[in-house]
Design a protein around this ligand. Structure first.
Ligand code: ATP
Ligand code: MG
Length: 402
């Protein structure tokens, strides 16, 4: 149980202060599945203020749910006060939270039996809904009446299919019936919550298997954007590998479907600016590759942390194969890595053409120089670049002539 070692000081501290403390959720499930665990979540009878008073490094992230993040040795633990099911009258914001002291009540509010188990400090398993059997049978089963549970929080339907994709499990029959009966409710869930689960769904190791399940296709057809373009859901059958990020799914779909534009997804899903920028850069790189632009130009304009994702998108879009090594080699062979490396600057151009008013021509000229240098047509040496400029833009000509 070494995997839980980092959490031991937190559990001990809570228990010594007179509270109950348990390891809960995904880490217990993944431990029983013998797969690497993600974050370790902790449940405690201490109230959030009491948790905050006990630990020096705390971040009150979700006080409305009773959650505090405790930092210890550069690791974060979500410490949540034991509570009963929170009702979501508007399906977005939790109503009043009821703290409890009975751990079984806390487990009863959890979504699936495999997620409703806990380990005590002495590593004893508490499993009131027989999650262990469901893990053995590889099935996802709601805790309690599935219909009621999906009604309370329709996000659980999307969580069910993301666990199909992550774990290769199937949804138990009654849970599946309830899911199929409640599909439209997913549209009432906030887009931020949907985004988190959808990303985990598309990153799952069993994504291809999950994508062909009827419940997946039906649920996707109720999600923003997919609900307007249901044809793309049928095409997802061609997906044979998990994606790196949610934005890559959108890049792939907009690249392979003429009628889908990337910004359409941006509007439907509240993506961060980083995600948006990465998406646009990946799409531009795919388009360059399709137009048979030189590899140097492609890698120059693409940040190196996106190479692997780009190579993956090239393979999925049936544009041959382009492995990471080739991309890295092309990057190493680049004569320059940014405009700052150019041997000629905007100021040099102003001095070369003193009669011209400053304007867009400077940027345009620099862009052309840059492209020629990257593709190896011009050496990055001041004299060559000067010569090329004066030859390409004769001083007497008013308009550019290239
Ligand atoms: P992962 O390994 O991807 O983090 P996880 O099961 O830990 O998976 P989280 O979203 O981190 O998923 O949630 C932690 C735990 O909280 C879950 O295991 C489950 O017990 C409970 N939980 C999370 N979301 C819900 C929900 N919508 N309804 C009921 N219980 C939930
Ligand atoms: Mg988790």
């Amino acid at each position: 149980m070494d995997v839980f070692k980092p959490a031991e000081p937190i559990l001990r501290c809570l228990i010594e202060a007179g509270y109950q403390a348990y390891i809960v959720g995904g880490s217990v499930r993944d431990y029983l599945l013998n797969t690497p665990i993600n974050d370790i979540d902790i449940a405690t009878s201490a109230k959030p203020e009491q948790v905050m008073a006990l630990f020096p490094q705390v971040i009150p992230v979700g006080l409305e749910h009773g959650t505090v993040i405790v930092r210890d040795h550069h690791t974060s633990f979500e410490v949540t006060t034991l509570r009963e099911e929170t009702t979501y009258s508007d399906r977005r914001h939790p109503d009043a939270v009821h703290f409890v002291t009975d751990v079984v009540k806390d487990l009863a509010r959890r979504d699936f039996t495999m997620n409703a188990m806990t380990l005590t400090e002495s590593k004893e398993l508490i499993d009131p809904f027989d999650g262990q059997s469901d893990i053995i049978n590889k099935q996802i089963q709601a805790v309690g009446k599935a219909n009621k549970r999906f009604n309370e929080d329709p996000l659980r339907m999307l969580r069910a299919i993301r666990f199909c994709s992550q774990l290769g499990f199937m949804i138990e029959d009654q849970t599946k019936c309830a899911l199929l009966a409640n599909l439209p409710l997913i549209s009432e869930v906030s887009i931020e919550r949907i985004q988190v689960e959808l990303e985990k769904f598309f990153k799952g190791s069993y994504l291809p298997e999950a994508l062909i399940l009827p419940e997946t296709k039906k649920l996707l057809s109720h999600l923003p954007f997919f609900n307007k373009k249901t044809a793309i859901i049928a095409d997802l059958i061609n997906v044979t590998l998990p994606f790196h990020r949610l934005i890559d799914v959108f890049v792939y779909l907009s690249f392979t479907h003429d009628d889908i534009i990337l910004t359409g997804f941006y509007k439907s899903y509240r993506l961060s600016n980083v995600q948006k920028r990465e998406g646009l850069m990946l799409l531009a790189a795919l388009e360059r590759y399709q137009q048979k632009e030189s590899l140097s130009l492609i890698v120059y304009h693409l940040p190196s942390h996106l190479y692997e994702r780009f190579s993956d998108l090239v393979a999925r879009s049936s544009l041959d194969s382009l492995d990471l090594v080739m991309l890295k080699q092309a990057n190493q062979a680049l004569p320059i890595h940014s405009k700052q490396d150019m041997a000629l600057t905007g100021n040099d151009l102003i001095q070369l053409f003193p009669e011209r008013k400053r304007g867009e021509w400077i940027g345009e000229m620099l862009d052309r120089l840059e492209t020629n240098v990257i593709s190896g047509k011009l050496p990055n040496q001041r004299e060559y670049l000067k010569e090329w400029v004066t030859w390409s833009y004769p001083i007497e000509k008013k308009s550019f002539n290239y």
